[in-house]
Design a binder for this molecule. Structure first.
Ligand code: HPA
Length: 235
């Protein structure tokens, strides 16, 4: 049991997929897993454990943004024994190299959040993916013919940001490929607590052209990323 994940000891797998939306967690559990048990209902932030091709795996919603993500990831690692955490989400791209529907395999994160300033002060910590998961995701994407790129993401605290344009220009100038709101915290917690972590993101919108993946198609692109995540974890 922990404060936000009220689940009996042992009911969560060592390997956890982390979508932001609890309804996505339910979709993944009911369409990809067998012998599914819902272990958490607190705040509607559902979590499920089941099996994929005989491997035990959990799927936990995290909410949006680093503070919400942090609560769930922290409790999963510290209180429920999670050892491999893979965030699966969406991002907006500011790179010519990344197309709508591509998967971004996130190598490292830039960030404008105060969380790591509060933790590390003037020490500028570099949040990075676990190399082994990153390498396997890259190889699996090729094997499964899923269009994917490896690159860095900008983890932002604000979806509606008055300084959004300036920050996009900065991100572009250092080759950062997309924006989202959680991965910096995942990679930081993973290093602090010695567990493995990776983020996979489908490109849902382009900040260059304003194009978006139509809502009907989002699920299909998301599903192929979930397959990539599971194949990577249990390769
Ligand atoms: N900003 C932040 N997070 C996102 C975006 C965005 O434009 N698109 C998808 N996730």
């Amino acid at each position: 049991m922990s404060i936000h994940i009220v689940a009996p000891q042992g009911s969560i797998a060592e390997t956890v997929l982390l979508p932001g939306d609890p309804l996505r967690a339910e979709h993944i559990a009911t369409t990809c897993l067998t012998e599914v048990v819902r272990y958490n209902e607190i705040r509607g932030m559902w979590g499920f454990t089941g099996f994929w091709k005989g491997h035990r795996v959990s799927v936990q919603g995290t909410g949006m943004g680093m503070p919400s993500f942090s609560i769930y990831a922290h409790e999963l690692i510290k209180d429920h024994g999670a050892r491999r955490l893979v965030r699966i989400g969406t991002c907006g791209t500011m790179s010519e190299r990344l197309k709508l529907r591509d998967v971004l395999i996130v190598q490292a994160t830039d960030c404008d959040s105060g969380m790591n300033v509060s933790r590390f002060g003037s020490y500028q910590f570099a949040p990075t993916a676990s190399f082994d998961l990153l390498r396997r995701a890259y190889e699996k994407a090729i094997e499964l013919s899923i269009p994917a790129q490896v690159g860095n993401v900008f983890t932002s605290d604000q979806f509606y940001d008055l300084k959004g344009k300036e920050k996009m220009a900065l991100a572009q100038s250092v080759g950062t490929m997309a924006i989202e709101m959680e991965s910096c915290e995942l990679y930081t917690l993973a290093r602090l607590y010695g567990v493995e972590a990776l983020t996979l993101l489908t490109v849902s919108d382009s900040l260059l052209s304003g194009e978006e993946v139509p809502p009907k198609e989002r699920q299909t692109t998301f599903d192929s990323m979930v397959l990539l995540a599971l194949s990577t974890l249990f390769a």
